[in-house]
Design a protein around this ligand. Structure first.
Ligand code: FES
Length: 181
């Protein structure tokens, strides 16, 4: 079967020899000067679109990076330093129990020993673990290394170098109020 569009056909070769235009990929035709060739291209629209694309890209980058940065750098917590504070309701600390409340930058344990309320720092002075009230032994106990404190924070035994910082506690109406001692 004869091949269609044979480039070596005599008629095609003849046309090429007579100076017919060659059209091959990459061929450069001697056309108009560059300035003339770019006539009709709307550069204002092109730069506007470029800005839109750039803006969308920047918005996507910011919305992606913001949560990552917020995760890596935790927010600075503002702790108000007050002399006294209503920390909760008196009913939250029933008889013969202890409950820990945040107070300024400290944690304070409020102990209800048969109706008598006392309060001191709940942060063990050894290595900073939180203590708890052991009602059966009538003392404050640190579960980390066994430090023992009296109800008012004085040292009984253990590796801790200092007593627990004392606080004052009182009830007004239903409110439980802690204040600096
Ligand atoms: S942190 Fe409390 S005994 Fe060590």
């Amino acid at each position: 079967m004869a091949q269609q569009g044979n480039f070596k056909s005599p008629s095609r070769m003849g046309a090429l020899e007579e100076g017919a235009p060659v059209s091959s990929p990459g061929a450069v035709s001697a056309g108009k000067p560059r300035e003339e060739g770019l006539k009709g291209v709307n550069f204002e629209r092109r730069s506007f679109l470029g800005k839109v694309v750039g803006g969308v890209g920047a918005a996507v980058a910011v919305s992606t990076l913001y949560p990552v940065v917020k995760y890596i750098i935790p927010p600075v917590k503002e702790v108000k330093n007050v002399n006294e504070m209503v920390v909760g309701k008196a009913a939250e600390v029933p008889e013969n129990t202890g409950k820990i409340y945040p107070f300024n930058e400290d944690k304070v344990i409020v102990i209800n020993d048969n109706g008598k309320l006392t309060a001191c720092s709940a942060v063990c002075t050894h290595l900073g673990c939180l203590v708890r009230w052991e009602d059966k032994d009538n003392l404050i106990f640190c579960p980390c290394h066994g430090a023992k404190y009296q109800q008012t924070g004085e040292i009984i035994s253990g590796p801790q170098p200092l007593p627990l910082a004392p606080y004052a506690v009182r009830v007004e109406g239903d409110d439980l109020i802690i204040s600096k001692a």
